[in-house]
Design a protein around this ligand. Structure first.
Ligand code: ATP
Ligand code: MG
Length: 292
């Protein structure tokens, strides 16, 4: 009888349980034919630390979702490497799950059916174990009363929570979230933050979170990666050392305020650059803004 690889090699089994580290090194990525090419990422380097939530913030259209696609393995960089625990990422895998802004729930399946769909299809969890895992996750995202409802019967916030549960049931080593709460009203967003913080802080799973909201970035993240305009490079790395468990009240602290001010200044500069396209007017505008 052959044992599964992880049983033969205990160091691998241990590794699989430990939070993953991801590294992006010298990444460049562009789209289009050579004569009309858009360079979207350029010499991009950053780490996604194990057990931490790394948050990408950057101007609209700078290439955040392009980075998500590379980290998820949906796409390959033109140059450079994306690595997980020192191994190159060669394609999508269940160890790296993505939650997008758009709902990907299957409309004719209930919350429960949506959550168990993937593992059931692949046969990697079944029977009582699958049911227990799904029920537990449904509880943890606060959807117990909506277990048997269809997506159209859920609010936007509930749909996002169902999606979180649907990704988490795969027990991924890295959770990747691309503006998952964009478009929600303020109250739903607040509920999402509480639910997300609860899930993240219980497990400290390695995470990459994309947002354009600085308050959200500071409330949730351990580290902010502030991106430049397109082609995106890392403008600044800002550590958020607010204690955990986090609460919204912490956004009123001096540290949160200082991080927000610093990040805002950088993003403002980048927005101005893109607005006036590097012309002399841009320099004038920048000089003017800095003085104020
Ligand atoms: N598959 C593709 N083919 C061609 N161009 C693309 C493709 N994907 C993205 N782009 C271009 O790359 C640039 C960056 O897009 P991307 O979606 O990564 O930005 P973003 O920062 O996620 O934007 P947003 O803030 O709107 O979410 C844009 O100019 C976009 O038009
Ligand atoms: Mg995007």
């Amino acid at each position: 009888m052959t044992l599964p690889d992880t049983l033969n090699r205990p160091e691998l089994a241990k590794d699989a349980a430990a939070p993953a580290r991801m590294e992006l090194r010298g990444i460049a990525k562009g789209y289009g034919e050579p004569w009309e090419r858009t360079e979207v990422l350029d010499r991009l380097d950053f780490d996604i630390e194990p057990g931490k939530l790394t948050v990408l913030v950057g101007p609209s259209g700078c290439g955040k979702s392009t980075i998500v696609n590379l980290v998820a393995g949906y796409d390959r960089p033109d140059t450079g490497k994306v690595m997980i625990d020192g191994r190159p990422v060669r394609g999508p895998a269940h160890e790296r799950m993505v939650v997008f802004q758009e709902s990907a729930l299957i409309p004719w399946q209930t919350t429960y059916e949506n959550i168990v769909f993937g593992p059931r299809l692949r046969g990697d969890l079944s029977g009582v174990r699958l049911r227990l895992a799904a029920e537990q996750l449904i509880d943890r995202v606060g959807l117990a009363d909506f277990r048997d409802k269809y997506p159209a019967q859920l609010s936007g916030g509930m749909q996002r929570r169902a999606e979180l549960a649907r990704a988490l049931i795969n027990n991924p080593r890295v959770m990747i979230l691309d503006e998952p709460f964009r478009g929600l009203d303020a109250m739903s967003r607040q509920l999402m933050h509480a639910a997300f913080l609860g899930l993240f802080e219980a497990e400290k799973r390695t995470g990459l979170f994309v947002t354009s909201e600085l308050d959200e970035a500071i409330l949730l993240g351990d580290r902010l990666i502030v991106l430049s305009n397109q082609p995106a490079r890392v403008r600044a790395v800002i550590d958020v050392s607010l204690p955990r468990p986090r609460s919204t009240a912490m956004l009123d602290s001096a540290e949160a305020y200082e991080i927000k001010r610093a990040a805002m200044e950088l993003l403002h500069e980048e927005a101005l650059r893109s607005f006036v396209g590097g012309s002399q007017a841009s320099d004038l505008l920048l000089a003017h803004t800095r003085r104020r």
